[in-house]
Design a binder for this molecule. Structure first.
Ligand code: PLP
Length: 407
């Protein structure tokens, strides 16, 4: 196994840093990106090598990942997540048949795509000899950290706003993390962690505050390309919170292109947010480079309830460079389309994933994309972690009313 990392780079200034130990952000406080010697890698590894890899999940892309030794890879049985067409719902979205595909990330360990990022962050923590990790989270990042850290024999502390869904708290604790509720928002949980670093000695794996979660999320883009025969869709709708996924995929496409592994047009990247928390959409509409803090953030799609993102300028840059756009959808539209897709196609999306479907529907209505565009929607977690409508119908075993079962 070879590692092709050449250095780390400040995503804002381009300043170069050696990969010689534990790193957080650059001296200007911006995210660090991992850079590879793609020329050497391309001469030693081919697309065919990747395709014939026996690794079922994202570790098959390890030549484009920073983990140096196989023994540091922390794995929980990752899979290549399926591309599921939603044939029956396409008409509801206004698209031509066969044009809408869901990349269903719910099949990953801990039921969300946060597994990709945290698997990499924890593996790198293992490589670097870190013994205690901490994260502020609205839910899925906490359980993914918990699972991978336990697997690695590393201690994990998870701080959650006290409105975090109960199920996320429980799964996090059940997978071995010290789990705490905080009477504040995710930003305040983050502040407690950074203020406590010196005293407690933990290392923060908060979104984009270390360089490796993004490398894990990047594998969504590589995997999509491989699954589509080294081609890409016309448009990608992505539920955007901290933005690691959209930034990571855009980075992946650039790397694949530099390697000559893809030569198609790159997809238009659409950042989807909720009308209850839409800092990126606001910045996009105003043509700003950075986003302002979003006050009183509220949405059922808790994974995208992120009022401020350290990588705001990178999200906006990916959207712009790709010819995409940023849009917000209401919780009502999100829950309505979630129900439609569940009922029509048998696929229970999480609210964040359903938000991408609602955004796609709006985009087709407004003519922002064409009915014949090939679209990929990202379903970032399992719908099973979220509240669902209650079942109210009752059957009396002693006096069955068969009228109840008529269509
Ligand atoms: C974290 C999360 C998101 C947002 O992901 P980013 O890549 O950080 O923007 C979306 N959906 C779900 C379910 C999440 O847990």
């Amino acid at each position: 196994m070879s590692c092709y990392v050449s250095h780390l780079e400040c995503s804002f200034t381009g300043k170069r840093f050696e990969m010689d130990g534990v790193r957080t952000v650059s001296e200007s406080g911006k995210p660090l990106l991992v850079r590879y010697d793609l020329e050497r890698m391309g001469s030693e590894v081919s697309r065919e090598d990747i395709e014939s890899s026996s690794e079922p999940g994202f570790w098959r892309y390890s030549s484009l990942l920073p983990v140096e030794r196989e023994e540091h890879r922390i794995s929980l049985g990752e899979v290549m997540t399926p591309l599921v067409p939603i044939e029956h719902s396409a008409s509801v979205l206004g698209a031509e048949p066969g044009r809408i595909i869901v990349k269903d990330e719910s099949r990953l360990p801990t039921g969300s795509f946060k597994a990709r990022g945290l698997a990499l962050a924890v593996s790198m923590a293992k490589q670097l000899g870190l013994v205690h990790l901490a994260v502020p989270t609205n839910g899925n990042a906490g359980s993914a950290l918990a699972a991978y850290a336990s697997r690695a024999g590393i201690r994990a502390t998870v701080l959650c706003p006290d409105n975090t869904p109960e199920i996320n708290l429980q799964e996090t604790m059940a997978q071995g993390a010290d789990t705490h509720l905080v009477n504040g928002l995710i930003g305040e949980c983050g502040r407690i962690i950074s203020d406590g670093s010196a005293e407690v000695g933990w290392f923060s794996v908060s979104t984009l505050r270390e360089p490796y979660r993004i490398e894990g999320k990047k594998t969504m883009g590589i995997e999509l390309a491989e699954q589509m025969g080294w081609k890409l869709p016309d448009v990608i709708f992505y539920p955007t919170g901290g933005g690691t996924g959209i930034i990571g995929m855009w980075k992946a496409f650039a790397e694949l292109r530099e390697l000559g592994w893809i030569d198609c047009e790159l997809p238009r990247m659409v950042a989807v947010q909720s009308t209850g928390c839409a800092p990126m959409v606001k910045a996009w509409e105003l043509g700003e480079e950075f986003a302002e803090y979003w006050e009183n953030a509220e949405t059922v799609a808790s994974g995208i309830r992120v009022p401020a993102a350290l990588g705001d300028f990178l999200i906006l840059r990916a959207v712009k460079e790709s010819g995409g756009f940023a849009v917000a959808v209401s919780d009502d539209d999100t829950l309505e389309i979630q129900r439609e897709i569940g009922v029509r196609d048998g696929l229970l999306l999480c609210p964040e994933g359903a938000a991408t479907a609602a955004a796609c529907k709006n985009a087709i209505e407004l003519g922002l994309i064409s009915t014949s565009d090939n679209v990929v929607l990202f379903n970032t977690a399992t719908g099973l972690k979220y509240p669902m409508p209650r079942v109210t119908s009752r059957v009396d075993k002693d006096e069955v009313d068969y009228g109840l079962f008529q269509p």
